[in-house]
Design a protein around this ligand. Structure first.
Ligand code: NIG
Ligand code: FE
Length: 411
């Protein structure tokens, strides 16, 4: 496949660059009037139009007026779920808080009830509709979590559905085991027994079947504390699974430092951020991840992304696509929110939504930048005057076509 006359080819990086941090996030290396050649599912070459191959025999696409970027890398989602929680959202509109809804047995436990009553085939059928939609919106790599089963059967069902999605769709998928998402009613009086079930019964089975790449826990008041987090991260390590944790959404308990100490790949949410959390992240290999769709939908503070970047740290952006706090998997909207609400510059937001997102799910050698040898997962915009037009036109998708594994994705 040959893409020619590309108005601007963006996010060109050398092989081996893992992430972009601090002031460098304001730069997005680009080439005007460019071509890009793919071979099989890989990026084979790119350069100025003056060097474009003349006698190419394969499919040629004229990209005049259009931008080409790496497809979005969404490193945090709960895209596999059953039904929805629109009724709880209506309750929130009438004045109840997310915490009040959870306290009366709603929230994550409500989703778990729905999921356990749904067959694996039906769960797959519901999830693939969401996946097809986010791919059409430009997502080319995606992490998906379990965490709405909260039983052995339910968690395995979710992870098997994730595996099936990964096999059926031309997108890179990473699976995360989030058994410690909430304490199910059956264990309400015995959190230790639940954690023992997760780490001693479920985790070995998940590892044996190769069903997960990461382990996660919701480190939060009324959910799981720092000691629980350390326990789950340590258990993950025993089975070769690094952590990607939910932390500092409503309260800072010290989970960020614990995540860093256990070599977590990412620490996600961070709507509440203390100086100690920033200090813990400095010099680490852990990626901070902001989820502005969740702040938008719940009406909670946005992650102080400027503080993170201005401290010289990297930042990734993800959707948190889930039925309770962010029922949208649209990365275009996330990039726009990051600019309008968190004051990121478009270049910073795009670095956060591509290469840094790829790093946050361990896919930085494979995706997230225009690099020869990486997987050809790209998005082609509509004709736009400049890159800023993408986040500027909030609520719209400027994505015209998506190339996944070297082929146009037809939705
Ligand atoms: O990332 N915070 C915990 N988990 C999800 C929300 C889950 C839900 O409400 O169903 C989140 O926001
Ligand atoms: Fe989440």
């Amino acid at each position: 496949m040959l893409l020619k006359n590309i108005q601007q080819l963006l996010q060109i990086r050398p092989a081996g660059q893992a992430w972009v941090a601090g002031a460098a996030m304001a730069e997005l290396p680009a080439l005007d009037d460019a071509y890009l050649l793919t071979e099989g599912d890989r990026i084979a070459a790119f350069g100025p139009m003056s060097e474009c191959p003349q006698d190419y025999a394969g499919e040629v696409t004229d990209c005049r007026g259009r931008l080409v970027l790496p497809a979005w890398c969404d490193s945090h989602s709960h895209l596999v779920y059953a039904g929805d929680r629109a009724s709880e959202w209506l309750d929130r509109l009438r004045g109840l808080s997310y915490a009040e809804i959870a306290a009366r047995g709603g929230g994550i436990l409500h989703s778990a009830q729905l999921l356990n009553a749904t067959s694996e085939d039906e769960l797959y059928a519901q999830s693939r509709v969401r996946l097809a939609r986010v791919l059409a919106q430009g997502t080319g790599a995606l992490e998906i979590k379990s965490g709405y089963g909260l039983t052995v059967a339910g968690e395995l069902k979710m992870l098997r559905v994730i595996r099936r999605l990964a096999a059926e769709y031309p997108v890179a998928i990473r699976a995360t085991f989030l058994g410690a998402h909430a304490l199910p009613a059956a264990y309400a009086q015995d959190k230790t027994a639940y954690l023992r079930m997760l780490t001693e019964e479920l985790l070995p089975q998940i590892a044996a079947e190769g069903l997960a790449d990461y382990v996660d826990i919701f480190c939060e008041k009324n959910y799981f504390d720092v000691a629980d987090t350390e326990r789950v991260l340590a258990a993950g390590q025993r089975f070769g699974l690094a952590g990607k944790i939910h932390v500092n959404q409503f309260t800072a308990l010290g989970g960020v430092a614990a995540g860093v100490a256990y070599g977590a790949r990412s620490v996600d949410h961070l709507e509440v951020l203390e100086a100690e959390d920033l200090a813990a992240l400095r010099g680490s290999t852990t990626m901070p991840v902001a989820l502005p769709g969740c702040s938008f939908f719940l009406g909670i503070p946005y992650t102080p992304a400027r503080r993170i970047i201005d401290a010289g740290l990297p930042l990734a952006l993800a959707t948190d696509y889930n039925p309770g706090s962010s029922p949208s998997g649209n990365m275009n909207f996330v990039v726009s929110l990051a600019c309008t609400q968190m004051k990121l510059l478009p270049n910073e937001a795009i670095n956060a939504a591509t290469l840094n997102g790829a790093y946050a799910m361990g896919l930085e050698a494979e995706l997230g930048s225009i690099t020869v040898g990486k997987r050809a997962n790209l998005l082609l915009t509509r004709p736009v005057p400049s890159l800023a037009a993408l986040p500027y036109a909030f609520g719209e998708s400027s994505v015209e076509r998506v190339l996944l594994s070297g082929r146009w994705y037809l939705c």
